[in-house]
Design a protein around this ligand. Structure first.
Ligand SMILES: C[S@@+](CC[C@H](N)C(=O)[O-])C[C@H]1O[C@@H](n2cnc3c(N)ncnc32)[C@H](O)[C@@H]1O
Length: 308
């Protein structure tokens, strides 16, 4: 069954409830809080102290025009919404920070110490914007040209690469020692997932670490217990029940949805994988070195892989 839902894949993580005061935020930003001295974190970026860099992005950078110049810019609302379901700069910054913090907690080594990172499905840079100041190479790949055009024009530390869906990625073997892929394997079918498992294996170096998010039991249970969550991800209760059955038996369920990314050779939708299912699919090529259920907002799981 094809579920028609324009907004379905736009919403990835369930937004944390927090009050919005956009008018007050705009006024504060326009006035700017002039600061005699910015913290070191503002200039060191990802290469410095991570909690301070995150704190700077969620604090001063949102309230002072001068400080904001040291953080990354925000994408326009339409791109932000279509890619992440978010509409406020503050939420985009918070989600990016939450993801980065979860990656950092699960990573065997500091995030700033990788030398060559692929952000597979970079979107409009929710994570990439925090890599300002990175001493290595940061490549953002995506199949969505408007997203990539924005990243190329606004995040100069990101090398952008437009890729074709379900086609070989244009990188030499053993190019990367790190891969980040947030809310991408949550949308593709098993065959395409397996194709990318082989591709990611080819283009990573032995010892490389990969951080991928997935919808697992927590996301499914939340969608089943909260009709609003099911509606946000665009999956009917009947389909969620089917997903529950398939997760128990097979460890994987793909619900196809029609989106602007759907192509003749590329099915897109919402994907669920149990821990066992994910370990079977990704473990075919990689060593599973971590699995954090609900790592992102108690909704998406995080799987950490090491390239043998
Ligand atoms: C839900 S968005 C998440 C974007 C970003 N990772 C983030 O967390 O904000 C999914 C992104 O993956 C991209 N994408 C989907 N399939 C892809 C593929 N096969 N190769 C590269 N990018 C893909 C989409 O165009 C979109 O930008």
């Amino acid at each position: 069954m094809l579920i028609e839902s324009g907004d379905a894949v736009a919403t990835d993580f369930i937004s944390i409830a927090r009050p919005h005061r956009p008018a007050a935020d705009r006024i504060r930003q326009a006035l700017g809080t002039e600061l005699a001295q910015l913290p070191d974190a503002a200039t060191a970026g990802i290469s410095g102290n991570l909690p301070e860099w995150v704190g700077f992005n969620l604090g001063l950078a949102l309230t002072s025009a001068r400080a904001a110049d040291h953080a990354a810019p925000f994408p326009p609302t339409d791109l932000m919404y279509h890619t992440t379901g978010l509409q406020q700069d503050r939420d985009f910054a918070q989600h990016g920070a939450d993801i980065l913090t979860a990656l950092s907690a699960a990573s065997p080594k500091p995030l700033g110490e990788f030398t060559s990172i692929l952000d597979f499905g970079v979107g409009v840079g929710r994570v990439a914007r925090y890599y300002k100041g990175f001493s290595g190479r940061y490549v953002g790949a995506d199949i969505d040209e408007p997203n990539l055009r924005w990243v190329a024009g606004h995040l100069p530390w990101v090398e952008t690469v437009l890729t074709e869906p379900a086609a070989p990625l244009p990188f030499e073997p053993a190019t990367f020692d790190g891969v980040v892929s947030i809310s991408v394997f949550t949308h593709i079918d098993r065959e395409t997932t397996e194709f990318y498992v082989d591709e990611l294996y080819r283009l990573t170096r032995p010892g490389a670490l990969l951080f991928l998010t997935l919808h697992g039991d927590q996301a499914l249970n939340l969608a089943l217990s909260d009709a609003e969550v099911g509606r946000l991800i665009g999956i009917s209760p009947e389909r969620l029940e089917q997903a529950r059955g398939e997760l128990a038996n097979d460890g994987f369920h793909f619900a196809e949805q029609y989106t602007h990314l759907t192509r003749a050779n590329y099915r897109y939708g919402t994907t669920f994988a149990s821990q066992q299912g994910a370990e079977a699919i990704f473990g075919r090529r990689f060593k599973v070195v971590g699995f954090v259920p609900g790592a992102i907002h108690a909704f998406q799981d995080l799987i950490v892989l090491e390239r043998p």
